[in-house]
Design a protein around this ligand. Sequence first.
Ligand code: HEC
Length: 117
Amino acid sequence: MKTLLSLAVGLGLGTLSSTLLAEPDGRALFEQYCTVCHDRGMEYPGTARLADRWPQQPSLLDREPLEPDYVRRIVRHGLNMMPPFRPSEISARELDALARYLSTSAAQKNKIEDKEK
Ligand code: HEC
């Protein structure tokens, strides 16, 4: 058994399972699915649309905390021009990570961003 295990680890299966078990990265998911419409700048339709209601923080990147349940609902059902995302596109675990990311403060979101640079 021990030999089998070290063989598996040797073959890199350890890395594989830790990748599968790792928490999805909310920030990375936001970049993948949301910044096409919600990045900073009026050329992004989500940002342009939300500028009416949130002139100081039209991009969700600069937004103060959103309620996780609100994020989950909008992502699954869409909102006017915003399309809904099915679980086959964004899984429940990924949506939780996204909602967690968007429920942090603007300062915290910017800190996460700086860390990645
Ligand atoms: C095709 C463009 C598009 C994409 C992709 C998109 N959105 Fe949106 N989103 C919009 C638009 C446009 C609005 C404003 C809708 C309205 O109120 O008219 C919006 C609104 C929202 C709101 C409501 C904000 C508020 O102030 O009430 C949330 C939350 C949101 N989007 C989250 C997301 C997340 C998370 C993703 C990625 C999974 C995403 N959106 C992807 C276009 C998009």
